[in-house]
Write a protein that binds this ligand. Structure first.
Ligand code: GLN
Length: 485
């Protein structure tokens, strides 16, 4: 059962070949047997999941269903879940039980999805390797001495090891696509505003976007269908109508032009990785797509721009964690200032502190113009380059990451090396664009990803390209050894 896609399971549930209760029990059993070596879950909600499965089965009996009814999923622990711990991977929220559901959680619940638990993540979604979590490192199921990528590494590892059929994630600078690539699954970061951010713990509000981690692009479309849409509780959510993604995805193939930026094939890219991405492009050529060389003039500045803008927004967003209203509170503080200092000193890990320091610095009176304002200007140029490119191409393709998964501990002492892992994923969120990562091959038994970036609100195009690519290839069907049975 665990090897089936969401699309497949939805059909089996509908045909009453399997019940949601059976499925839920099966996956809960896998989590208890197999997750000790991965650490992909922070919280497993056995009781709640079985109760939700019962309601899903009742609903399935009436026929009033969605493709997600009865499907076991997991949420990244950044989404507020009513009555269930929402830690965001941080000690400061270790005792936080959310009193309400995030919009994404509420929508998936209303569709009848069964929540198995909350997945591990880098603290406050800051990281590229899932090594900054208060709850410990997440291991990559393809090689447990290696990282799964971050920050949605728990969701990615759980889907790759088939401990759950699909999971939510968030992407600020690559946190869905990068772990998807390093664990051999499909990850979608939607257009900024396509999915509500209400109830998602804020990291960098102008970049954060919720999306999906699934085995296939077909499953991603099914999940996004439920998650997407305007929300009056998030003023940055887009009032755009939500198309029928599955229908669009499977419509007849039309020839597209794929832009391939030379910038994405620079010296940082592993040569075998480059070759696999080129082979993926030839699959599209066989389908009839036209490949066009392009150049994105300012994209090489995306990492420095991001590491000014994101910490600036984080330093402001994270000021709410003060030990007064919720979360961890330090003991024995003599006065208010000491309470803040002790609480934040104890509650935040070192990467989060580094971001708060950087962010506060770039926003400070003397440096605002030199760093923050300048970064915003360059961000605008990066967006304009994409807009210009999309005048002549339908999608832009390249690698998702420069290399396959690296070893746990390999980059933890060098933040700059860590940040450079995001060099191909950061451009899309800076410009608010949707992007999809799909498995396109292996290097020494480690998966790598192909990334497709589209214009604003072009998820249909990305899903369609993903669906047709996965009809032609079977990289998405490989399962890490030890997790098949
Ligand atoms: N790796 C990037 C960072 O550390 C991106 C994280 C994300 O997308 N949440 O900020």
């Amino acid at each position: 059962m665990h090897d089936a896609t969401i699309a497949h399971l939805a059909q089996s549930l509908k045909d009453r070949k399997v019940s949601s209760k059976e499925l839920t029990k099966h996956f809960l059993d896998r989590i208890s047997r197999l997750d000790t070596g991965l650490n992909s879950f922070i919280t497993v909600c056995e009781e709640e999941a079985l109760a939700q499965a019962d309601s899903a089965d009742e609903r399935l009996a009436t026929g009033d269903v969605t493709p997600l009814t009865g499907i076991p999923i997991a949420h990244k622990d950044i989404f507020c879940t009513e009555g269930v711990k929402t830690s965001c991977g941080s000690r400061i929220l270790d005792n936080f039980i959310s009193p309400y559901d995030a919009t994404v959680v509420a929508k998936l619940k209303a569709a009848g999805a069964v929540m198995l638990g909350k997945t591990n993540m880098d603290e406050f979604a800051m990281g590229s390797s899932n090594e900054t979590s208060f709850y410990g490192v997440v291991h990559n199921p393809w090689d447990t001495t290696r990282v799964p990528g971050g920050s949605s590494g728990g969701s990615a590892a759980a889907v790759a090891a088939q401990l759950v059929s699909g999971a939510t994630g968030t992407d600020t600078g690559g946190s869905i696509r990068q772990p998807a690539a390093l664990t051999g699954i499909t990850g979608l970061k939607p257009t900024y505003g396509r999915v509500s951010r209400y109830g998602m713990v804020a990291f960098a509000s102008s970049l954060d976007q919720a999306g999906t981690l699934t085995r296939t692009a077909e499953d991603s479309a099914l999940m996004l269908q439920v998650m997407a849409g305007a929300d009056e509780r998030d003023s940055t959510s887009l009032p755009a109508t939500v198309p029928d993604f599955s229908k669009a995805q499977k419509s007849a193939w039309e020839n597209i032009t794929i832009g391939v930026p030379d910038n994405f094939f620079d010296d940082s890219l592993d040569t075998k990785n480059a070759q696999l991405v080129k082979e993926a492009l030839s699959v599209f050529e066989k389908l009839g797509a036209r490949i066009k060389d392009i150049h994105l003039k300012h994209i090489h500045l995306s990492v420095p721009v991001y590491y000014v803008v994101a910490p600036a927004e984080a330093s402001s967003n994270l000021s709410r964690f003060d030990g007064v209203r919720f979360g961890h509170r330090a003991e024995h503080a003599e006065n208010l200032t000491e309470l803040y200092m002790k609480t934040r000193g104890e509650g935040f890990g070192s990467e989060v502190k580094r971001r708060i320091l950087t962010g506060t610095y770039v926003l400070s009176a003397g440096y605002y113009d030199a760093y923050y304002l300048q970064a915003q200007k360059v961000r605008q140029l990066i967006s304009q380059d994409f807009a210009e490119a999309f005048k002549t191409v339908d999608v832009i393709a390249g690698p998702t990451t420069p290399t396959p998964a690296f070893r746990i501990g390999q980059k933890t002492d060098d933040p700059i090396q860590m940040y450079l892992n995001d060099m191909y994923t950061i451009g899309a969120p800076l410009a608010g664009l949707p992007a999809l990562s799909m498995p396109c091959g292996f290097i020494n038994n480690l998966p790598v990803g192909l990334q497709l970036i589209g214009p604003h609100l072009s998820e249909e195009k990305l899903f369609k390209a993903g669906y047709y690519y996965q009809q032609e290839t079977d990289w998405h069907n490989f399962v890490p050894s030890g997790y098949e049975a």
